[in-house]
Design a protein around this ligand. Structure first.
Ligand code: FAD
Length: 572
């Protein structure tokens, strides 16, 4: 008999989206019990590493305006964003900035005492609201502190969720989860849930993401019958340092940093004459790979090709005050002090535009379940996210979904939640017989590396049919390997077991990225096909949906909501 714990709203994930959703649910109805479940400690959630800022229009009297933020977001998305959703983001985010300010967020300040904003790629106005270069750390700290003021929020830290539970009508009823400390298996039951499980950047080896950023949440939704949307759109950030891939924020270019090639040229003049280094990320990353291909790159000591980011002209005081975190990163992880010399950088996997298919309110296809933050795809970013719009998304849809889930519980609370014995039994079989006790020769960590190296090699900044087919073939071979092998048979704190469950999800979700990239025979935003080099609005101005199939995903299309701007050619 599996123990169960019941609450009213179950939030899976304790990053910016999860914490904002928890506060919103708890404040909407203080009588509700809100649970936040996370496979890591709250402050180890990936959001802590967000660096450069949160986009918002704060100073209309100084020339900014919401229409411009909406347009920049839609243009940045290469016209795949749902335009009503972009509008919702822009209208709601200023409130969130001030709300965080009131809760104690130490936003950086201008000399006149007002909240400071900096330039970011693809924007027409400096609107990335920053807290030095640690917006994620300070944002998380502020939200976590605030959440502790609510007696009706309870944290389940280091609980690893494995599957979604549903009732006979297919409505959300909770999740199964392992309490990592004890190794005990539980049902966490609730009439409403919010998936805030973050992005899946660890589908790639060279990545800015935390090692915990694996697609388990996406996979849970996918296995439960919900669609994943636009998964082929993976963002490669221009400036990952070598050899680790740790991020140098776009804020460094926002503050005036240059990218230079081996001839000493600021090559972005050629690719984006107006915006230069502050063109959208897809444009800058493509330009960098092009420079490398044409022989104007540098060789890092690890043997990897790269370019250089030069901040030396910004001055020591400026760098220390506004980019102190990335200076420390450079010194510790690359042995370079950016005050004194340029640093080696290369495009790096940084963000998933795709995720669990939701509507504008964050509602998934499952009754009683919402999704927010990077795990969700409400289509606000389309084919390419603008920097600083993701933390914004987490805050806006954290609040919206938290409130909706709480209101839903008030009107839909079942008198009792059934035990769902059959589903729980099947899940136990899947994870204990299929994974924990699964025998196989191949070391799962080697398998993970092979899969993520394949993604680095085959679905990167530039793609073409042959490459993608090769990648898919390799992935299918790896999937067939006899690998499900958990060496550590301990019950308590068995991270070997949870790592292997993460790998299991990586295998399924990597296939969706590859298949989506294959069927999208055009170039749009972050998806650049050398065999189909132009955007094709006639055939592909639509979202990709992937539904679960026992052998492989089933793909179909979904319309884009175009409410304001007809697609035009993108120039920066
Ligand atoms: C280095 C870096 C810098 C960035 N800088 C910026 C920036 O300046 N501005 C900006 O807008 N965006 C930035 N981004 C993007 C932004 O940080 C993320 O998109 C955002 O923080 C994601 O937040 P989230 O709440 O959706 O998910 P996360 O913060 O990733 O949280 C996911 C949560 O889900 C939990 N979880 C996952 N799987 C399970 C499971 N199986 N069981 C239980 N719990 C689970 C995790 O424990 C975690 O708590 C940056 C990204 C990176 C990588």
């Amino acid at each position: 008999m599996v123990d169960s714990i019941s609450q009213d709203v179950l939030i899976i994930g304790s990053g910016l989206a999860g914490l904002r959703a928890a506060i919103s649910s708890a404040a909407t109805d203080r009588k509700l019990d809100i649970a936040v479940v996370s496979k890591v400690q709250v402050m180890r959630s990936h959001s802590v590493s967000a660096e450069g800022g949160t986009a918002a229009v704060l100073f209309e009297e100084e020339g900014d305006n919401q229409e411009s933020h909406i347009y920049d977001t839609i243009k940045g998305s290469d016209f795949l964003a749902d335009q009503d959703v972009a509008e919702r983001l822009v209208q709601n985010i200023p409130y969130e900035i001030y709300q965080l300010d009131h809760w104690g967020m130490p936003w950086s300040r201008r000399t006149d005492g007002r909240i400071a904003q900096r330039n970011f790629g693809g924007y027409s106005f400096p609107r990335a609201t920053y807290a030095q270069d640690k917006v994620g750390f300070y944002g998380m700290q502020t939200l976590y502190d605030t959440s502790l003021k609510f007696d009706n929020i309870r944290f389940y830290n280091e609980w690893f969720c494995t599957s979604i539970l549903t009732d006979d009508e297919g409505s959300f009823r909770g999740v199964t989860a392992i309490e990592m400390k004890t190794g005990n298996f539980f049902k966490l039951l609730a009439p409403a849930g919010i998936m805030c499980t973050g992005g899946a950047g660890r589908l790639y080896s060279f990545s800015t993401y935390a090692y915990s950023a694996t697609p388990d949440g996406l996979d849970m939704a996918y296995r439960a019958g919900m669609a994943l949307k636009d998964m082929e759109f993976v963002q490669f950030h221009p400036t990952g340092i070598l050899p680790s891939g740790i991020l140098i924020t776009e804020g460094a270019r926002g503050e005036g940093g240059y990218l230079i090639n081996s001839t000493g040229q600021r090559f972005m003049k050629k690719y984006a004459p107006e915006k230069l280094e502050l063109a959208s990320r897809d444009v800058v990353s493509r330009a960098m790979i092009q420079e490398i291909r044409e022989g104007r790159g540098f060789k890092h000591e690890s043997g990897v090709d790269c370019l250089k980011l030069d901040l030396t002209h910004l001055g020591a005081e400026n760098i220390k005050a506004r980019l102190g975190g990335i200076r420390e990163i450079g010194i510790k992880f690359s042995g370079i002090d950016v005050i004194n010399e340029p640093i080696d950088v290369r495009p790096v996997c940084h963000y998933m535009m795709g995720g669990i298919h939701t509507n504008i309110e964050g509602a998934t296809e499952m009754k009683g379940l919402w999704a927010a933050g990077e795990a969700a795809c409400n289509s606000v970013h389309g084919a390419n996210r603008l920097g600083a719009n993701s933390t914004a998304e987490c805050l806006v849809w954290g609040r919206i979904t938290g409130e909706l889930a709480a209101r839903y519980v008030a009107s839909n609370k079942p008198s009792s939640i059934s035990d769902l014995p059959q589903q729980v039994l099947e899940e136990e079989k899947r994870i204990y017989d299929g994974i924990f006790r699964g025998s196989g020769e191949m070391n799962p960590y080697q398998l993970r590396k092979d899969v993520t190296d394949t993604m680095d090699a085959k679905v990167h900044v530039f793609r073409h049919e042959e490459m993608l087919q090769d990648g898919l073939k390799k992935l299918v071979e790896l999937k067939k390997m006899s690998w499900k092998h958990v060496d550590d048979k301990a019950k308590e704190y068995n991270t070997n077991f949870t790592n292997v469950m993460e790998i299991d999800s990586i295998l399924r979700i990597a296939e969706i990225v590859l298949k989506g990239a294959l069927v999208r025979r055009e170039s749009r935003g972050a998806h650049a096909r050398t065999d189909y080099p132009t955007r094709d609005d006639v055939n592909f101005l639509k979202h990709t949906l992937a539904y679960y199939g026992a052998q492989s995903p089933k793909l179909c299309w979904y319309p884009v909501s175009i409410t304001r701007y007809a697609p035009t050619e993108r120039k920066y």
